[in-house]
Design a protein around this ligand. Structure first.
Ligand code: HXC
Length: 535
């Protein structure tokens, strides 16, 4: 008897279909997966493309390394009844979940499929997102959500709301453990707007993505106000007014490429350091442009971006919240290969004062860097806090305290460089040694004081100047005296509040050395459940 290596198919039962083999099951599975991956069909895809949007699967192809995506729960379906839902049970339930790689490093992803129930979230859709959120946290890898959804699925009622509750709870649990990145790629309402607000980074695309708690139709019904999607919650609104969007781009491809770039600057989780990348830019490269960039006169403006570009590797600076609270500049750059979080006053905008927006923006940034082991470099040229009724009544004390709290609580390496003026409380808040900076350096033109000389003399010598035969001369003499006594460039260093006065051209070299020394810094905070920051 000969035994064939090809197993013969089992005989068909009398009068019935041929029994399935593993091969036929494999073919069946492939067909089901192919159909599932196509989604609702070419018409829906054309509609998505007509809005200038990629489909969820196309987005994943752009975001992830080629061939790296592994989908899970691609055939999960809802079990809702009523509203005709029994007849419409698409595989995947409007969200694609799984993991893949960015530059070879693992990330977990979910991507709403707007073509299915408007990307809205029901029970099954939520459970799929919960699953990847749990996997990301438990394995210590970043989570990226590609959001293009209408919020809670109306037909499923309260289970959709509960599904969002599960997302919110997980986002907070993972906060500060793994980087969580939200990419907004369509109209996102309700929970689809709230859940990104709990994450670390929010990307938006002009004209195609919007975020609002309630959409324009509801706004019109409730308030009578007629407003477009874009006016209510478009990318520019959230990038310049509300501060919800961290990054804004003109198209999806650029946006997704920038997400990849950001991931390359972050550690996989809070137990790791960001990956170092040496660029060939020498650590001791003199910053020859800096001497001419910063004017002597503290009233004259200059662009702090140019200073940062001189200092960081190859001039590459990844700015956060570029269009919001632009009087402070925050972003990531590398110095001798190591990622650093840079916080800097911007003399070009409102003379670089700290106000409510600047304090909030910088506080969040400092907190984010501290959570992910990114050392902080603070470049100071600050005239003080913005005075005025509006700021006081809107709570500059409370909001300014957020920045103070964030710095004081930060245990990552912290280096301060005082470029020019550093006055009053704003000097202390901008990571002075007294609130815990590990090292502080100042350029020789520094003016560190309670306030500028003119202001100080007006307070201290107002009567004397008024009574003087020659008030202007008296005023100038007193200003000179104040400068010589309390504001000269070596005053703070003599008192041990600054570690050294440095040549501006050596700023990059000094910072590279400081960050190398501080890389192994250890710092512990007292045991407690959690601090109670002034949110
Ligand atoms: C189910 C929905 C849906 C929803 C839209 N669709 N919203 N299906 N549940 N919430 C469906 C539409 O019926 C349509 O189906 C398809 O999705 C596309 O919707 P359109 O309105 O045609 O698209 P567009 O004009 O681009 O407008 C998108 C939108 C708008 C701005 C998102 O649809 C909208 O305002 N939807 C309601 C948003 C909302 O209020 N969500 C609930 C939030 S409450 P067809 O079959 O016609 O293609 C919430 C609470 C969470 O999320 C908890 C927070 C604390």
């Amino acid at each position: 008897m000969t035994i064939s290596r090809e197993a013969a198919p089992p005989p068909a039962p009398p009068g019935g279909r041929p029994a399935a083999t593993l091969r036929s099951r494999v073919a069946e599975m492939a067909e089901r997966k192919r159909a599932a991956s196509e989604g609702p069909g070419p018409h829906a895809t054309r509609q998505q493309h007509a809005k200038g949007k990629l489909t969820a699967r196309e987005r994943l192809e752009v975001l992830l390394d080629p061939g790296s995506f592994r989908e899970i729960e691609g055939m999960r379906r809802h079990r809702a009844t009523g509203f005709g839902m029994e007849r419409k049970r698409p595989d995947g339930d409007g969200v694609i979940c799984g993991w893949g790689a960015i530059d070879g490093r693992r990330v977990f992803v979910y991507a709403h499929d707007f073509r299915v129930f408007g990307g809205s979230l029901g029970e099954a859709h939520a459970a799929k997102i919960h699953k990847v959120m749990d996997l990301a946290e438990q394995t210590g890898a970043p989570l990226i959500g590609l959001n293009d959804g209408a919020g809670a699925r109306i037909q499923e009622g309260v289970v959709g709301l509960a599904g969002y509750g599960g997302i919110f709870r997980r986002a907070v649990r993972s906060s500060g453990v793994i980087p969580q990145i939200s990419v907004m790629l369509g109209p996102c309402a309700g929970g689809a707007a709230y859940s990104p607000a709990l994450t670390d980074f929010v990307f938006m695309v002009r004209r195609t993505s919007q975020m609002f708690v309630t959409g324009p139709d509801v706004v019109a019904t409730v308030t009578g106000e007629e407003i477009t999607h874009e006016e209510l919650g478009g990318a520019d609104v959230h990038a310049s007014r509300s501060g919800v969007a961290t990054f804004v781009h003109d198209d999806e491809a650029t946006c997704l490429a920038e997400v990849r770039y950001l991931v390359g600057l972050l550690p996989a989780n809070n137990q790791e350091f960001p990956p170092p990348v040496r660029s060939g830019d020498p650590a001791d490269r003199p910053c020859t442009g800096l001497l001419d960039l910063v004017p002597d006169n503290p009233r004259h403006a200059y662009d702090m971006h140019r200073v940062i570009e001189e200092i960081v590797d190859d001039g590459d600076f990844f700015e956060f919240h570029e269009g919001w609270a632009a009087n402070v500049v925050c972003g990531l750059g590398r110095i001798d290969g190591r990622v650093a979080g840079i916080v800097a006053n911007q003399p070009m905008v409102l003379a670089g004062v700290l106000d409510i927006g600047a304090a909030e923006k910088a506080a969040r940034f400092v907190q984010t860097c501290d959570a992910f082991n990114i050392p902080l470099v603070t470049l100071v040229d600050v005239p003080g806090f913005l005075p005025g009724t509006a700021q006081e009544h809107e709570g500059i004390i409370r909001h300014g305290a957020k920045l103070l709290h964030a710095y004081c609580a930060a245990t990552v390496p912290r280096v301060q460089v005082i470029l020019r003026k550093a006055y009053g409380g704003a000097y202390i808040v901008m990571d002075s040694r007294s609130i815990g900076a590990d090292l502080s350096f100042a350029w020789p033109g520094n003016e560190i004081a309670v306030m500028g000389a003119e202001g100080a003399v007006n307070v201290l010598y107002r009567r004397e100047i008024a009574a003087s035969d020659c008030p202007e001369l008296t005023r100038l003499e007193r200003i000179e005296e104040y400068r010589d006594t309390l504001m000269h460039p070596y005053h703070a260093v003599e008192l041990g509040l600054v570690d050294d006065v440095i040549h501006p051209e050596s700023t990059r070299a000094v910072l590279a050395d400081a960050l190398a020394v501080l890389h192994t810094k250890r710092a512990a905070l007292p045991h407690r459940k959690h601090p109670n920051p002034p949110f």
